[in-house]
Design a protein around this ligand. Structure first.
Ligand code: ZN
Length: 64
């Protein structure tokens, strides 16, 4: 499954910001990672194996 706000491990970040691991969220952990534009999404450090799904929770805003 993929939507405009979630990306999986190995995909390229298109929107810089703070992302949260969906699986960790389901299990009550708050695992977040700051991502730069064009960085590759990593595996989750906490979840065992498999690909992580990262959800954008706070986009970076350009400075005014
Ligand atoms: Zn996780």
């Amino acid at each position: 499954m993929n939507s405009s706000k979630t990306w999986k491990s190995g995909e390229r970040c298109q929107r810089p910001g703070l992302y949260r691991c969906q699986q960790c969220r389901l299990e009550g952990r708050e695992t977040t990672r700051a991502m730069a534009a064009s960085a590759i999404f990593p595996m989750c450090d906490v979840c065992p194996g498999g690909d992580a799904t990262w959800r954008l929770i706070r986009p970076d805003r350009p400075r005014e």
